[in-house]
Ligand binder design. Structure first.
Ligand SMILES: C[S@@+](CC[C@H](N)C(=O)[O-])C[C@H]1O[C@@H](n2cnc3c(N)ncnc32)[C@H](O)[C@@H]1O
Ligand SMILES: [Zn+2]
Length: 283
């Protein structure tokens, strides 16, 4: 347990509310955050706040997936996606705003947005302990909090100028509640062409359902209106270890063994990266 509060968490304390009784003003004391009523939540040695107590979330990346994601993202192969996310976030926030990244993973996209916004602070939510360890180190101004996107967020109403969701589960009603009325939701998701070259080699990799865009629209429409959509599409040239990491970080390929793939001499050395990035305004 750290003796001092991680600086990024200190920066973000006023955004938090107690997940149990919803009272605001969580205060640090003896390696924990405490609400005025007395509920207490550990601050992990690795720097994130463990607000998710009680029942365990059913989803979240395991250690091998997080390590593969971290290695893959560090190659820069997805940096055009990070730039698109940061650009849309920066269009919506003053330099001093707050960016909340839901299903933040290693914090790669949150850090990209904060780099573009020198006075802003960030907060990443994820269920995966391994991801949170990385997210807590991703940026000096980024705090990390263990949370399940499908439960009411431990954040006060109107806490965020930007909610960022990159390849992650969504909770439109909570996104709406925690966004300021002038804020923006930025959603980045794959198109049907994303990683198409890998599908023949990795049977477990599900094809992107063509009705997915429609479902996204239907889910967000009661709460949000699209303002602008950017398509990011390019061919990424990858080394063999990069391709293996790309497969290993994909949830649908969780059960494909690296050894099986390694024997497949025909793994592609370039893949199509194809995503849509949309900024939405709250209704
Ligand atoms: C495909 S990864 C994307 C991570 C990150 N946004 C990125 O693009 O690098 C999905 C992330 O959502 C997280 N996740 C899965 N289910 C979740 C849930 N119910 N609540 C919060 N995070 C969840 C996973 O642990 C993982 O970090
Ligand atoms: Zn409480």
């Amino acid at each position: 347990m750290p003796m001092t509060l991680p600086p990024a968490l200190d920066l973000s304390l006023d955004l938090l509310r107690c997940p149990t009784c919803r009272t605001r003003h969580l205060r640090p004391a003896h390696g924990a955050l405490r609400c005025p009523v007395g509920h207490a939540f550990d601050i992990a040695r690795h720097g994130y706040a463990g607000l998710l107590t009680g029942t365990r979330a059913t989803s979240g990346d395991d250690a091998a997936m997080v390590q593969a994601r971290d290695r893959f993202l560090s190659t820069g192969a997805y940096s055009p996606i990070r730039e698109a996310g940061a650009r849309l976030a920066a269009d919506a926030v003053s330099a001093q705003g707050t960016v909340v990244d839901v299903g933040c993973g290693t914090g790669y996209y949150l850090a990209g947005a904060l780099d573009r916004l020198p006075g802003a602070r960030g907060l990443g939510l994820d269920t995966s302990v391994r991801a949170l360890r990385a997210a807590a180190r991703a940026h000096r101004r980024a705090a990390a909090v263990a949370w399940d996107v499908f439960r009411p967020f431990p954040l006060v109403d109107g806490a965020a100028d930007v909610v960022l969701d990159v390849f992650a589960p969504r909770n439109p009603a909570e996104f709406h509640r925690v966004l300021r009325p002038t804020g923006r939701l930025v959603v980045i998701r794959p198109t049907g062409r994303h990683l198409a070259e890998l599908r023949g080699h990795v049977p477990a990799m599900v094809t992107v359902d063509p009705a997915k865009e429609q479902r996204l629209h239907r889910a967000l429409n009661p709460f949000f209106e699209a303002v602008v959509t950017e398509q990011v599409e390019y061919l990424a040239v990858l080394s063999r270890p990069d391709v293996l990491d790309l497969v290993a970080m994909t949830p649908s390929a969780r059960h494909v063994s690296r050894a099986d793939l390694d024997e497949d001499g025909l793994l592609p050395d370039r893949v199509t990266v194809s995503v849509l990035a949309t900024a939405y305004r709250p209704r």
